[in-house]
Design a protein around this ligand. Sequence first.
Ligand SMILES: [Fe+2]
Length: 276
Amino acid sequence: MSMHAEDDVIAPISVERSPASSLASSAVSAPNADRAVASRTLTFDTRRLSKDFADQGAFLYLEDFLAPEVTAQLVQSARGLLDEVNRNYLPGHKQGGSVSRHTIDRLAPFIAELYRSKELIGWLEQLSGDKLQVSPADDPHAYALYYYTRAGDHIGWHYDTSYYDGRRYTLLLGVIDESSCRLDYELHTRNPDVADQPGSVQIPPGGLVFFDGDKLRHRITPAGANEMRVSLTFEYVTDPNMRPWRRFISNMKDAIAYFGFRQVFRQMTKRRKDPA
Ligand SMILES: [Fe+2]
């Protein structure tokens, strides 16, 4: 990633950046996150979905989850934040772009509101059977947009490993999918009593995937030329405590693979200056 790209992340908002800076004000017309989530979850057979989640080794896919007005708001934000994307490249493993929570907080506050929605968290708790908490303020994965906009953008096989003391759940929401990218996954890989079960889905706008990060082996297959895919990731934890050496590994990984050193370590420095 170039210094220029990282400079973009912390540059003061100028006239040239007005398309992105106007995103925050467009949130005035954003839907009410709790109401919009409840309008959907009340129609689901959550008890059955919870059983499906458990039977599939802590994994669930729903192709139609979000209320249409929420999907529309996310699409608008994803397109408006294109200038804010931080590109990253790890040979053989990962190529793509991301917009971190810190940029989302500034320019697309509806996404942060959706992340904290009590209705959403309550429903995910029913699915998982765990008490869930939002991730700490210095975790750039708490909510982030991932962009696959160039040929070959992908992420190789991995787990969303928890560096926290408790479990880490990932919620993937489809935002834009004008691509051939697929989420390939393998269920039960950490359960010696159940045979591994491969699967593959394309997540349409408004679709949902929810899983325990340490249990689901998964990847996103490479984008073709002139394709575009954007997904929104929310991370929830059962215990936000993290041992210092794990925090160091997690920060290094984020700096190299996702958000850039300047952004990750700026947050660390802020934290040190302001222990509150
Ligand atoms: Fe992942």
